[in-house]
Design a protein around this ligand. Structure first.
Ligand code: C2E
Ligand code: MG
Ligand code: MG
Ligand code: MG
Length: 288
C-alpha cells in the first residue's frame, strides 16, 4: 500500500478549482476532527550527505488516514488547511511531534536534524517564532537540529512579513531551506536577503535530468548558484543510483528520495537504520 500511497501524493491538486464543492467542505470539516482526534501521523524521510552516503536527518511529512476515505495525500488536505485557520494548529502539531522525535533520537544517541514544512500562512503568523522557541525549550533540542522548509511562493505572498518571521526564526539558531526551488516565482533579490542556508531542488527537475539536457542544465546551474551564494544544496526525488551519481558529479551536497528511503512511520526507522545501507552505526565499521 505504501508505493500506491506515495504515488498518489504526487498528483497535482488545485484547491481553488473546487474549494467550495461539498466534498471539499466535508473534508475540511473532517480535518478539524482529525487534528483533534489523532488521525494524523508524521512520517519521516531520510536525507543523506552525498559524499559520505550517510543519513544526517529526516523530513517530516504529514499523513492522514481518514476513517472512511482511507489515505488522503497531503497535496490534497494541506492546501485545504492552508485556506483556513486550521493550518496553525496543524503546523504546531507537526512541529511538536517532530521536535519530540528529534529529542527521542538524541536520547538514542543519534544527532539527526528534523525538517518541518511551513506554508504561506504560517509566515504571516507573528506568533510562530515564539512557538518555535517554546517548543525547542520544552524538549531541550539544540535549535540547529531543527530545519524549516519554505517555498519561494509562500515568501512572495507578503515578502516583508515573511522576511521578519524568518529573521526571528533564524536568530533562534534554526536552519532555513527553500523548498521546491525553481518551481515558484520569486526574486533573486529576496533570495540574497533571506537568512537561508539551503536550496532544495524540486524533484520535477531531478526525475528527468538523465534524459533531458535542459533539466540537467537547470540542476547544474542551481547547484552553482547555491554554492556561489554560500548555500548548500539538496536534491529531492532521487530515485536511482544513476541519479545519485550524476548529482555527486555535479557537486550536489545532499539528497533525499525513494532510493534511500520513502517517508516512514517512526516504528520503521529503527529497522531501516539497522539495515545500515545509508547509515553506519560506527564510522569505523568498514575498517574491521
Ligand atoms: P515537499 O515538502 O516538497 O515534500 C517532498 C515530497 O516528495 C513528499 O511528498 C515526498 O513523499 C515526495 N518524494 C520524496 N522522495 C521522492 C521520490 O524519490 N520520488 C517521488 N516521486 N516523490 C518523492 P508528500 O509526502 O506527498 O508531500 C507533498 C507535499 O505536501 C510536500 O512537498 C509539502 O509541500 C506538503 N506537506 C507534507 N507535509 C506537510 C506538513 O506537515 N506541512 C505543510 N505545510 N506541508 C506539508
Ligand atoms: Mg519539504
Ligand atoms: Mg520539496
Ligand atoms: Mg517538491
Amino acid at each position: 500500500y505504501h508505493a500506491k500511497s506515495e504515488m498518489q501524493g504526487v498528483s497535482v491538486y488545485r484547491p481553488e478549482d473546487d474549494m467550495h464543492s461539498p466534498k471539499r467542505l466535508a473534508l475540511l470539516n473532517d480535518l478539524g476532527r482529525a487534528i483533534r482526534e489523532d488521525q494524523l501521523q508524521v512520517y519521516f524521510q531520510p536525507k543523506i550527505d552525498i559524499n559520505g552516503r550517510h543519513t544526517y536527518g529526516f523530513e517530516a511529512l504529514l499523513r492522514w488516514q481518514h476513517p472512511e476515505l482511507g489515505f488522503v495525500p497531503p497535496g490534497e488536505f494541506v492546501p485545504l488547511a492552508e485556506m483556513t485557520n486550521l493550518i496553525h494548529p496543524m503546523t504546531l502539531w507537526v512541529l511538536e511531534q517532530s521536535i519530540k522525535q528529534a529529542r527521542q533520537w538524541r536520547e538514542q544517541g543519534y544527532d539527526f536534524t528534523v525538517a518541518v514544512n511551513l506554508s504561506a500562512r504560517n509566515l504571516l503568523d507573528e506568533t510562530l517564532p515564539d512557538h518555535v522557541y517554546e517548543l525547542l525549550q520544552q524538549y531541550d533540542l539544540p535549535p540547529q537540529l531543527l530545519e524549516l522548509e519554505i517555498t519561494e511562493s509562500s515568501i512572495m505572498v507578503n515578502p516583508e512579513l515573511a522576511m521578519a518571521a524568518l529573521e526571528k526564526i533564524h536568530d533562534l539558531g534554526v536552519e532555513l531551506a527553500i523548498d521546491d526551488f525553481g518551481t515558484g516565482y520569486s526574486s533573486l533579490a529576496y533570495l540574497k536577503r533571506l537568512p537561508v542556508r539551503q536550496l532544495k531542488i524540486d524533484y520535477s527537475f531531478i526525475i528527468h535530468m538523465l534524459e533531458d539536457k535542459q533539466d540537467e542544465i537547470i540542476v547544474n546551474s542551481t547547484i552553482n548558484l547555491a554554492h556561489n551564494l554560500g548555500l548548500n544544496v539538496i536534491a529531492e526525488g532521487v530515485e536511482t543510483e544513476a541519479h545519485l551519481q550524476c548529482l555527486q558529479a555535479l557537486g550536489c551536497d545532499k539528497a533525499q528520495g525513494y532510493l534511500m528511503g520513502k517517508p516512514m512511520p517512526v516504528e520503521e526507522i529503527d529497522a531501516w537504520l539497522v539495515d545500515g545501507l545509508w547509515y553506519q552505526t560506527s564510522p569505523k565499521a568498514g575498517q574491521a
